[in-house]
Design a protein around this ligand. Structure first.
Ligand SMILES: [Zn+2]
Length: 285
């Protein structure tokens, strides 16, 4: 099983995790910039964080044979802190880097006017830099948050096919599916989605535009729940090809839209789409 975790915060994880992930088949990850738990007190704090996301962390991942990419943004929660807002002016410097494959995580936390503004401004950056966008949805008041998210995405003019709306569940799946955006699901040990509930959604809605991530971070989470979901799919009668599509080809297709997803020389079979025979990676190998 080859696995691409499209949303995981490796900075918060140990080398034991990298080791277990590599053994479980995780070959590539995307690490979105997010909140550190402890509030940042200045934009300079983001500079060090972003530099680490595109420098130190890919090096650390590489030691375990895992390819590491990042997304950068001012996260929804800190969009409310005037001390952090100046980071919006620093983003363009990072959106030019090869290791950055999307703008994110952006979106809503508490749905404040400040969040509105930062969300719209960063969707405009995604359009300007021709990058996909990773959109976080609020954990409280999910349906309303999701509706408002989709309205802002539509208003921004970004192509829906270049947006993933993340942290979905049974309540929000249909809304996002109908919007044409990609659908992200975070599988957690005891909140949000479980592998079993994910399998039910895949049964009902199919495998197109579906992304499964562990969203593992500094909280209680598990970087191997992508693998557990693949196994639950097989047990439920999905084919190896279905699992490969959800856990590998879908994230490759989504982030491949950045034109920067270089997976060459990676130890994975079939970097070619088995349906079309076309390479979906930059460099064609
Ligand atoms: Zn996250």
């Amino acid at each position: 099983m080859r696995i691409f975790d499209p949303h995981i915060h490796m900075t918060s994880r140990t080398t034991d995790d990298y080791e277990r992930m590599a053994a479980a088949g995780v070959r590539a990850v995307v690490e979105p910039a997010f909140w550190l738990g402890q509030p940042r007190t200045s934009a300079a704090s983001f500079t060090d964080y972003f530099d680490s996301l595109i420098g130190w962390e890919p090096f650390r991942a590489g030691q375990f044979g895992v390819r590491h990419f990042a997304t950068v943004a001012l996260n929804p929660k800190e969009a409310n802190d005037p001390r952090c807002r100046p980071v919006l002016d620093l983003l363009p410097r990072y959106l030019d880097k090869d290791a950055v494959v999307a703008v994110g995580e952006i979106g809503y936390d508490s749905m404040t006017p400040e969040e509105d503004e930062a969300f719209a401004a960063q969707l405009a950056l995604a359009v300007a830099y021709d990058l996909p966008a990773l959109v976080h949805t609020p954990h409280r008041d999910k349906a309303r948050g999701c509706e408002r998210t989709l309205a802002v995405v539509a208003e921004s003019g970004i192509d829906a096919g270049r947006v993933v709306v993340d942290h979905l569940n049974e309540v929000t799946v249909k809304l996002v599916r109908d919007s044409g955006c990609w659908l992200g699901f975070s599988i957690y040990p005891d909140t949000k989605m479980t592998p079993q509930r994910m399998v039910e959604l895949l049964r009902e809605y199919g495998t197109d535009r579906m992304l499964v991530n562990s969203a593992a971070d500094w909280g209680r989470s598990d970087p191997l729940l992508t693998r557990a979901t693949g196994e639950a799919m097989l047990q439920a009668g999905f084919s190896d090809d279905d699992v490969d599509k959800v856990l590998w080809r879908n994230p490759v297709e989504f982030y491949g839209q950045s034109g920067r997803l270089d997976l060459s020389d990676l130890d994975v079979a079939a970097a070619v789409d088995p349906q079309t025979g076309n390479s979906i990676l930059r460099g064609g190998s």
